[in-house]
Design a binder for this molecule. Sequence first.
Ligand code: FAD
Length: 455
Amino acid sequence: MYPWNFRTISRSDPEYESARRAAVWNGRVPDRYPELIAFPETDEDVQNLVRYAKEKKLSIGTKSGGHSWTASFLRDSGILVNLEKMNDISVNVKDCTATVQPAAYGSDLNVVLHQHDLMFPGGHCSTVGLGGYLLQGGFGWNSRKWGVACESVLAIDVVTANGTLIHANATDNKEYYWAARGSGCGYFGLITRFYVKVYSLPRGIMTSRYVFEVKDLDQAIAAMDAASNQVSPDLELVLFIGRDQDGIEGRPTFAIVGDALSETDAEALTALSLLHDLPIMKKAVKSRPFVSCTLPEVLKRYDNILDNRGLRYETNNMWTDVPTTQLLPNIHEIIKSLPPAPSHLYIVWWLPTRGRPDMAFSMEGRLFMSLYAISNDPSMDERNARFVVSSFQKLDNCRKGIQLADENLPGHPGKFMQTSNYRRLEALRRKHDPEGRFWGYMRVPPEFDEALHVL
Ligand SMILES: Cc1cc2nc3c(=O)[nH]c(=O)nc-3n(C[C@H](O)[C@H](O)[C@H](O)COP(=O)(O)OP(=O)(O)OC[C@H]3O[C@@H](n4cnc5c(N)ncnc54)[C@H](O)[C@@H]3O)c2cc1C
């Protein structure tokens, strides 16, 4: 018997395997088996769990939305803390702030905010959990303008490795606050609540989409690169390469998409004209420029492409500062071996618009690329895993670092923050979680291992 009333499932329970699988969004569930799966409902439940883990010397993996592609919360032995019951949202309209529990989805928050003409830079798919998303940085809607989502985190409630509940912000318990903004799947506490800043709802939301044959890719990428120094902060520019797009069956094509979340329609029109006026756009085989949309439509945009819970995903990503044209030979190689839809290569002209505050998050670049090999056939797993890793290993000399969002730390670890920040984070972990109560990163790149020699 456990010293609490909330639901727990141990390895010998008949429902163990279904609960273990249900925790993972990815259809490819890794063969990792915690001893216990717990479903706390309150802060006090979480404190009891952490104290119990301390007493029994068990490590803890925390799952909020369960969207980590590698299921970083699912480890062998220890406790899997499934926060699915902790998903409350409350909004303070007057202060433009909201309080959210970690298992709430970004879209849940935006649905509530929409009623008050407010918005938060939540993830591009509607079911991304806020817990993992905010911890790793958070590249969401209008994040080029409003900043990575963790910049909007004003404070957190955290249960520490001792089982104490603390409030942390820029002045109190600031080491916990610093680390919570960017350490992602390597945080040394369990966050039960985020206090975030929210924004006025953009009034001019507009999108343009152009689809091309692959033969025009080099010209399109060169044109996008040339225009990239004029992209306004409220415009997000994406290139999406995959099969079966816009009714073009079988062969790969690419789509260039611009999303403007501007103050007015006129501003959105101006932002998107940059794209529309590029001569290459005349070569599009399909185009839908300047389509006005509502926030709920935008929030659903990527769901049918990306949000396929239960399909088997292999992913890899990279930040780069090199001119995109330099990546083209490898991009063409990727296209040749791209598995069937909905597998795809996704390129974002992230083009950081300003400096960031001092926080663990400290890795970004001009361009972000992520590769998804997706299947419902388990016999494709090994092939797809090799494909996403080897495709980006060939680009190692162009890779500046990686995001902790689509990370593949086990298969192809990369720098996910500045080395000095990693050293600082690990020093804080030794101070605040000396017994390793919370699982750290599954794997880090060699330069991070080396950086710890000086600690
Ligand atoms: C369909 C899809 C679309 C996505 N789109 C985007 C996007 O647009 N932008 C973007 O930035 N990312 C995106 N991602 C990546 C996503 O943000 C990360 O996978 C993120 O970790 C998901 O949050 P989560 O709460 O579901 O994480 P989980 O999988 O629940 O957790 C990930 C890790 O975070 C840590 N963690 C989670 N909750 C807590 C907590 N409360 N306290 C302490 N540690 C915790 C744990 O180490 C855990 O292993 C997407 C992922 C998917 C599957």
